[in-house]
Design a binder for this molecule. Structure first.
Ligand code: 13P
Length: 250
């Protein structure tokens, strides 16, 4: 059985004040969530503060990115060992915003996956097609290419050490969620592709859905057999909404 996981990706949002309030709200009702793992991924500078505020709770910490390098002259980058100092258990790699706005290639994302894994941080590998690719009918090709870059570098079994997040780019921040059937189809494709090489890894790896998930649509999405939780953007900035999504995953 795969334990459901819900991760909040706060992106570049929040301030010391709003984050304090958000965490207070989450802490007040997180006890009503049992059975699902809950993670929040704040902007880097807030990691130490969030770590302190989450002490004693079951909510884990994740980063939104990670450097593929261990240390050195990489201005503006954050390494795995730095993240470990603040107890980051998870690191998002290859988010579509990193791929499209910051030019991260499949091979660079794979190197980030490897860096996280080598440090004992669980990489959350984001995959997903843009609207034009969906309309051209190449969704599976795109997702396969993104997945295969990691498999080529790390081997199929390395996927069991991570989490996959399918995030169709056209559904991110647009309010247009993939329907449960549309999402399930791609999740099943991803799991099936992994199973072709290693059925144990395919059974074990959690595949999250991301893209305009809300409290209202989460139950239907999470009821699909290959959807093991969600990677949540906008709705993770609202404590009540986030907790209701977490509850839907239990
Ligand atoms: P939204 O939930 O705001 O669509 O964002 C999804 C996302 O990109 C999470 O990583």
């Amino acid at each position: 059985m795969r334990q459901p996981l819900v991760a909040g990706n706060w992106k570049m949002n929040g301030s010391t004040e709003t984050i304090k309030n958000l965490l207070e709200g989450i802490k007040q009702s997180i006890d009503t969530v049992s059975g699902a793992e809950v993670v929040v991924c704040p902007p880097y500078v807030y990691l130490p503060g969030v770590q302190q505020q989450l002490a004693g709770t079951a909510v884990s910490l994740g980063s939104q990115n990670i450097s593929e390098h261990e240390a050195g002259a990489y201005t503006g980058e954050i390494s795995a060992s730095m993240l470990l100092e603040f107890r980051c258990r998870y690191a998002i790699v290859g988010h579509s915003e990193r791929r499209t706005l910051f030019g991260e290639s499949d091979s660079r994302v794979a190197a980030k996956y490897a860096a996280a894994r080598a440090a004992g941080i669980v990489p959350v590998l984001c995959l997903g097609e843009i609207l034009e690719e969906r309309e051209r009918g190449v969704t599976e090709d795109v997702v396969a290419r993104q997945l295969d870059a990691v498999v080529a570098l790390e081997g199929i079994e390395a996927l069991a050490d991570g989490v996959i997040a399918y995030e169709p780019v056209w559904a991110i921040g647009t309010g247009k969620t993939a329907s449960p059937d549309q999402a399930q189809e791609v999740h099943a494709f991803i799991r099936g592709r992994i199973a072709q090489q290693c059925s144990a890894t395919a059974e074990k790896v959690r595949i999250l859905y991301g893209g305009s998930v809300k409290g209202a649509n989460a139950p239907d999405l999470f009821s699909m057999p290959d959807i093991d939780g969600g990677l949540i953007g906008g709705a993770s900035l609202d404590a009540d909404e986030f907790v209701s999504i977490c509850r839907a995953a239990c």
